[in-house]
Design a protein around this ligand. Structure first.
Ligand SMILES: [Zn+2]
Length: 287
């Protein structure tokens, strides 16, 4: 079950659901305009959020921004035709590739078999949609290259392209006055790679960009909002493992030893998983 939450004066969101891969959806409410963040993994997902917002007296959004092209962030867009939709140019280009695809079980299975789709997404799509797959990929109305600033009335939203291993088109949304940075999926690894992976340079470059924002709250779409301290820990961990991977030239045991020395303790399961993902990324960049 989703639950509706609020942070500060102007930001609402619904919690994610992992079984069907529904990410967090956000709504920024300014004095004049509203901006929804991500369209959801289906029309049902988008409509559920709109219905919950109605209870808070917040009506259909004026605008909706798509953070990156992955299905779980865009399939709800067809339910939001009254809103002006915005994405990066790159996101629109990636979405164009999805328009003519069929999402029936047999076609999903074939694409998984051919290595064009991953099982994780195919399974979640099957769970989210019943047999009638009312999936219609619609394209954003407006695109931008690097950065766009939107004044919602007393509230500024900066949409900034940041890239990263998860999706090179990733955009973050910064609510300036509220000091909230909506990260979406940008700090996750590349789930479409043969083995989930982080690339060293992409990750370091991404972290540099994220650290230019003065934020107190960071929203991770498939998890939850975290506070600055927790975000900093995450960034430090990714940076250190990236650097260890570079120094050890992708040798897993060496990376583990080096990172253990830095932390002065045994590693957590999550850290070992991140190390694996950097090793995967290293191996495919030298392959
Ligand atoms: Zn994603």
């Amino acid at each position: 079950m989703h639950s509706m939450k609020r942070i500060g004066q102007h930001f609402w969101y619904i919690t994610p659901i992992s079984e069907t891969d529904r990410p967090i959806l956000g709504m920024v409410v300014g004095n004049n305009k509203t901006l929804m963040i991500d369209a959801g993994n289906s029309e049902n997902h988008a409509n559920y959020f709109l219905k919950e917002l109605e209870k808070e007296n917040i009506h259909s959004p004026d605008m909706v921004v798509i953070t990156h092209w992955h299905w779980d962030h865009i399939f709800g867009l067809s339910a939001l035709s009254n809103a002006l939709s915005i994405s990066s140019k790159q996101t629109k280009m990636e979405m164009e590739k999805l328009i003519d695809l069929s999402w029936l079980d047999k076609d999903l299975d074939l694409r998984v078999y051919e290595g064009l789709e991953i099982e994780f997404c195919a399974n979640a799509i099957k769970k989210e949609f019943s047999d009638d797959r009312n999936i219609k990929v619609v394209l954003p109305d407006i695109t931008f290259e690097d950065r766009i600033e939107i004044n919602l009335g007393g509230l500024t939203c900066v949409l900034q392209h940041v890239g990263g291993s998860h999706a090179s088109d990733s955009v973050v949304v910064y609510l300036k006055e509220e000091k909230i940075l909506f990260l979406a999926d940008c700090i996750y690894s590349d789930i479409y790679a043969e083995n989930r992976s982080y690339k060293i340079d992409e990750t370091l470059h991404l972290l540099d960009k994220l650290e230019t924002f003065d934020a107190e709250t960071y929203v991770l779409s498939h998890w939850k909002p975290i506070v600055k301290e927790e975000f900093k820990k995450e960034v430090t961990m990714l940076r250190e493992i990236a650097n260890c991977t570079k120094l050890a030239k992708g040798d897993k045991e060496e990376i583990i030893e080096a990172y253990k020395k830095i932390t002065g303790r045994e590693l957590t399961e999550d850290e070992v998983e991140v190390i694996n993902e950097f090793v995967n990324g290293y191996n495919c960049s030298v392959a």
